[in-house]
Design a protein around this ligand. Structure first.
Ligand code: GLU
Length: 425
């Protein structure tokens, strides 16, 4: 059996370390923009990182202590903003990286926010509804001092949803002693949620796919699309692509993947999906995630978790365009390989920024107490994302850099400038 030597193992670990790769690209972006080293020193880590222990009474009467995090990357531009994920593999370094990505997203789509992110180490798939409620409320009590509608505004992320946002909003409002819908976004409509928020990430990805397809002369009608992940982003996206006339030939979830060269019946799959996005368990003729990523298609959308396209499989990717709906699905080595092979990458910090953009709309509506129609939300989102996509594409062309570095250059500028004007650097 072939084994990897320690140097190879260390390299692999470094390549998969999302914080390290984010810092590498931030450093390059600041260098390209001509900022001095202290700007990098300020931006390479979050300004604030809170680790909390959350005791939760479980249904069997026992008490379990959960670990949670909230990172606030940079609040020079405005309050920090970003989701909360519930996942067994959440780590401090990951939450830090995710908060930096939120800053970049907010910079790219020009929102008056810095980036934040939260996470709880837990497996919501093995928890009851009431255990999840107690955990969500406990987390809000634990981080209450550093969050709030003008400080740091959470939102959904992996394995969290509008019900969890509702419990969190209620807990915060009780502590605050008045109704505070602007504390959190991604709420149900009846509690001040925004039209279009649930599908916003996928809408944003769709807009980016349309723009990228124009650059590569691909007609969406009939284009073969593979979507890895069938959670919030992946499932809505599969539906939008299917409705636009594309052939969604592959989808996957944590249990396996489905492929049909003639196109899958997305409406049927959506109908059969359970609340955690599982659908492949229903089928016997599944393929692996690895096979799915390397399958024949025009457009590949990783919409699941980090480090899916690596130096190991980047040479075998057949797509002409890779659009990152997930956070951090492609390693830096793989980015280089794909770029060298002429594959157009739409990086995560751009492609997945539709979610936070409509979260911003939700917060604005909460603050003014006046609510918009779905058409208004979609029209505003479309304008912002088309503009951001083209700004990044043009930066990549004119500065001869890949799309990821171009996105970081566009995304980092505003917070660097704001930090300078505030006299921090
Ligand atoms: N969790 C989403 C993201 O990673 C949305 C964050 C938000 O809406 O604030 O972009």
């Amino acid at each position: 059996m072939e084994t990897k030597n320690t140097v190879e193992q260390k390299n692999e670990k470094d390549n998969n370390d999302v914080l390290l790769s984010t810092q590498t690209v931030i450093h390059k972006a600041l260098e390209k923009l001509g900022y001095p080293e202290e700007v990098y020193e300020l931006l390479k880590e979050p300004l604030r990182m809170l680790t909390v222990k959350i005791p939760v009474k479980m249904d069997d009467g026992s008490v379990k202590i959960f670990t949670g995090y909230r990172a606030q990357h940079n609040d020079a531009v405005g309050p920090t903003k970003g989701g909360i994920r519930f996942h067994p593999n959440v780590t401090e370094r990951e939450v830090k990286a995710l908060s930096i990505w939120m800053s970049l997203k907010c910079g790219i789509v020009d929102l008056p926010y810095g980036g934040g992110k939260g996470g709880i180490v837990c497996d919501p798939r093995n928890m009851s509804f009431s255990e999840l409620e107690r955990l969500s409320r406990g987390y809000v009590r634990a981080i209450s001092q550093i969050v709030g509608p003008t400080k740091d505004i959470p939102a959904p992320d992996v394995f969290t949803n509008s019900q969890i946002m509702a419990w969190m909003m209620d807990e915060y409002s009780r502590m605050d002693e008045f109704n505070s819908p602007g504390f959190i976004t991604g709420k149900p409509l009846v509690l001040g949620g925004s039209h279009g928020r649930e599908s916003a990430t996928a809408k944003g990805v769709t807009i980016c796919i349309n723009e990228a397809a124009k650059k590569r002369d691909i007609d969406i009608k009939g284009a073969k699309v593979v979507v890895q992940g069938f959670g919030n982003a992946g499932s809505f996206l599969a539906k939008f692509m299917h409705d636009a006339g594309a052939k969604v030939v592959g989808i996957s979830d944590a249990y396996g993947a489905l492929y049909d060269k003639d196109g899958l019946d997305i409406d049927y799959l959506l109908d059969r999906r359970d609340s955690f996005g599982t659908v492949t368990k229903l089928f016997e003729n599944t393929i692996t995630n690895k096979e799915l990523l390397e399958s024949e298609c025009d457009i590949l959308v990783p919409a699941a978790i980090e480090n899916q396209i690596t130096a190991d499989n980047a040479h075998n990717i057949k797509a002409k365009i890779v659009v990152e709906a997930a956070n951090g699905p492609t390693t830096l080595e793989a980015t280089q390989i794909l770029t060298d092979r002429g594959i157009l990458i739409v990086p995560d910090v751009l492609a997945s920024s539709g979610g936070v953009t409509v979260s911003y709309f939700e917060w604005v509506q909460n603050n003014q107490g006046y609510y918009w129609t779905e058409e208004e939300v979609e029209e505003k989102l479309e304008k912002i994302l088309v503009k951001s996509f083209n700004a990044i594409y043009e930066t990549a062309q004119s500065r001869h850099v890949d799309m990821r570095l171009a996105a970081y250059m566009v995304g980092v500028r505003k917070m660097a400038e704001a930090s300078r004007f505030r006299g921090w650097i």
